[in-house]
Design a protein around this ligand. Structure first.
Ligand code: NAP
Length: 249
C-alpha cells in the first residue's frame, strides 16, 4: 500500500489503458500522480477515477513545448519528480509497401521522438534516485505482420534506455523498459478493425499467447510499479516482457 509513499509520479498517456491502470496503482501506493493525454475530457475522467489528488494535464507528447511546460509545472508545484513513465503511444498496422511518410512520422513523432524529448525535458527535475519507465512493445523484438513502422518506433526505446541508464548513473536515476504483449485496451479499437471482426481478431491474438488470453491493464501496471519503486532498486537498463509468454512463440 505504500511503495510510492510521498513520491511524485508522472504518467504520459495516463488517461487510458495501461497508463491509467499504472496511475491508479501508483496513487493507491501513495504517490502524487500527474497524468497526461490529448483528450481533455478523457483526462478529466481519469483524474476523477484515480482520485488521491491526481492532476491531469492535456497535451501532445509530439509537441516539445508540452514537455517543457510539464517540467516547469512539476518544478513549481512539487520541486522534483520521482517517477516518470513515458507511456503514450500510437499504432497503425500496415504492410510496409503501403506506409505513407505521414503515417511513418505520426508513429515516430509520438512513440520515439515524444519519448526522447519527454525524458530530455524531465531529467533536470528528476530527483536523484528516481525511476524512469518507458513503455515499449513486444513488437519491438518479435515480428508481427504489418508492424514494421510501429516496431521500429518502439525498438529505439530500449536503446534510449540503455544509454540513459549509464548517462544518469551519477544521479542514481534508473531507466527501464516495460514491454507489453497484447493487452485489452482501447488501443485495439484504434487498429481500424471492424466491430464485427473484433471477436475473431481477439481469438486469433489469444491463440498466439501461451497464457491463452490477452493481458489486463492492471497486470502491466503491477510490472510498472515494480520498475518504478524500490522493489527494483538493483534493476537498471532492462527490457521487461510482460506478455503471457508470447515472446517464446
Ligand atoms: P490506449 O488505451 O490507447 O492508451 C494510449 C494512451 O496514449 C492514451 O492515454 C492516449 O491518450 C495517449 N496518447 C496517444 N498519443 C498521444 C500523444 N500524441 N500525446 C499524448 N498522449 C497520447 O492504449 P494502451 O494499450 O494503454 O497503450 C499504452 C502504451 O502501451 C502505448 O505506448 C502502446 O504502444 C503500448 N503497448 C500497448 C499494447 C496493447 O496491446 N495494448 C501492446 C504493446 C505496447 P489520448 O488519445 O487522449 O491522447
Amino acid at each position: 500500500m505504500n511503495k510510492l509513499q510521498d513520491k511524485v509520479a508522472l504518467v504520459t498517456g495516463g488517461n487510458s489503458g495501461i497508463g491509467l491502470a499504472a496511475a491508479e496503482l501508483f496513487a493507491a501506493e501513495g504517490a502524487q500522480v500527474i497524468v497526461t493525454g490529448r483528450r481533455q475530457d478523457v483526462v478529466d475522467d481519469a483524474v476523477r477515477r484515480i482520485g488521491h489528488g491526481a492532476i491531469g494535464v492535456q497535451g501532445d507528447v509530439a509537441d516539445i513545448g508540452h514537455h517543457a511546460a510539464l517540467a516547469a509545472m512539476v518544478r513549481e508545484r512539487f520541486g522534483a519528480l520521482d517517477v516518470y513513465m513515458a507511456n503514450a503511444g500510437v499504432i497503425t498496422i500496415a504492410h510496409s509497401a503501403g506506409v505513407t511518410p505521414q503515417e511513418f512520422d505520426a508513429q515516430f513523432n509520438v512513440n520515439t521522438r515524444g519519448v526522447f524529448f519527454g525524458v530530455q525535458s524531465i531529467i533536470p527535475v528528476m530527483r536523484d534516485g528516481g525511476s524512469i519507465v518507458l513503455t515499449s512493445s513486444l513488437a519491438a523484438t518479435r515480428v508481427l505482420e504489418g508492424h514494421a513502422v510501429y516496431a521500429g518506433s518502439k525498438a529505439a526505446i530500449a536503446a534510449f534506455a540503455r544509454n540513459w541508464a549509464l548517462e544518469l548513473r551519477a544521479r542514481r536515476v534508473r531507466v527501464n523498459v516495460l514491454s507489453p504483449g497484447p493487452v485489452d485496451t482501447s488501443i485495439l479499437a484504434k487498429l481500424g478493425i471492424a466491430d464485427s471482426d473484433r471477436p475473431a481478431f481477439l481469438e486469433a491474438m489469444a491463440s498466439m499467447i501461451p497464457a491463452g488470453r490477452l493481458g489486463e491493464p492492471m497486470e502491466l501496471a503491477k510490472a510498472a510499479l515494480y520498475l518504478a519503486s524500490d522493489d527494483s532498486s538493483f534493476v537498471n537498463g532492462i527490457e521487461l516482457n510482460v506478455d503471457g509468454g508470447m515472446s517464446l512463440t
